[in-house]
Design a protein around this ligand. Structure first.
Ligand code: PDD
Length: 287
């Protein structure tokens, strides 16, 4: 069965799914994106993801590529056509196709829209969660508007590659003051000795993760306390637990930071219980 993508109004096989060479996403990274988890045939937290898409578009003075409810239908249709029960749906909106010029193109330029979906293996993800992952740290070198989910991800790409070469799965960006900002594609958390969940405030310094927001709801349901504040690398290394959150990982325990074990070097019970309760708490939209 060929994978099907939605590209500017048409459902096409992947091998025929192409964008124009003067797409501003291609030339300037002038575009935004969203990634939603698909679990058991449901899109997770679609409302929050599309709210954030609207915010990203607004911050960059870009128009919606189509009405929001039509976009929801396209996402669900791409999931259905690819028979994704568990996986990810990706959507990308760019400022459209126009002769290369840094200033915005004519107001009549239509935003370009691509939607794809792919399957992932929940059993493999569960095995990973039972082992935990390793992270490395890298100096923050991104612009100060990482709260906008743009496709300009070169520092994130380089950081992830560095993590891979070091045998780790994620890289945390570290601020000049030594505090942890977030991962290349995930938010960062620790659990203190007293069992308090700590994550950096979602100001302009990090992306306001949707999984992060839903983990607030999950924690409330499980009677856990969350403190939104910065934490240092050394605090993370000596924490009771650490974990990351993203649509691609849900809640994933971190067991090593720069080669040093977090606590006893095994996934903690808080992260695993958040992971377990996540599906029930998150908003579910049938695909
Ligand atoms: N990344 N921080 C960054 C820099 C991210 O790129 C992401 C998501 C997150 C977590 O956000 P959410 O919980 O909404 O997925 C935090 C996506 C999954 C990606 O680029 O693949």
């Amino acid at each position: 069965m060929p994978r099907i993508a939605f590209v500017n109004g048409r459902y096409v096989p992947h091998r025929a799914a192409t964008v124009h060479i003067e797409d501003r996403g291609y030339q300037f990274a002038d575009g935004v994106y969203e990634v939603c988890e698909v679990a058991h045939g449901y899109v997770m937290d679609m409302t929050r993801h599309l709210d954030r898409l609207g915010r990203s578009l607004g911050e960059l003075a870009m128009a919606w590529p189509m009405r929001r409810n039509a976009l929801e239908l396209v996402m669900r249709e791409v999931i259905r056509r690819n028979r994704v029960e568990n996986g990810l749906v990706y959507l990308q909106v760019t400022r459209g196709v126009a002769p290369r010029d840094h200033v915005f193109p004519a107001a009549s330029t239509r935003p370009a829209l691509v939607v794809t979906a792919k399957r992932t293996d929940p059993a493999a993800a569960m095995r990973k969660a039972e082992t935990g992952i390793a992270v490395i740290t890298v100096p923050e070198n991104r612009w100060d508007r990482v709260d906008i989910k743009t496709v300009g991800l070169l520092p994130n790409v380089l950081a992830r590659q560095k993590a891979k070469e070091a045998g780790a799965q994620e890289a945390w960006f570290i601020d000049a003051d030594g505090t942890v900002k977030e991962g290349a594609a995930t938010n960062a958390w620790i659990v203190t000795k007293d069992g308090v969940l700590v994550t950096r405030p979602a100001d302009h310094g990090i992306l306001r993760g949707i999984t992060r927001a839903t983990v607030f709801d999950v924690a409330a349901k499980l009677g856990m306390t969350i403190e939104e504040r910065s934490f240092t690398v050394s605090e993370a290394k000596s924490a009771r637990e650490s974990f990351i959150t993203a649509a691609t990982t849900v809640v994933m325990p971190v067991v090593r930071i720069d080669g040093d074990p977090v606590a006893n070097g095994h996934p903690g019970t808080v992260a695993l219980s958040l992971r377990k309760a996540f599906f029930d708490v998150a908003e579910k939209t049938q695909a």
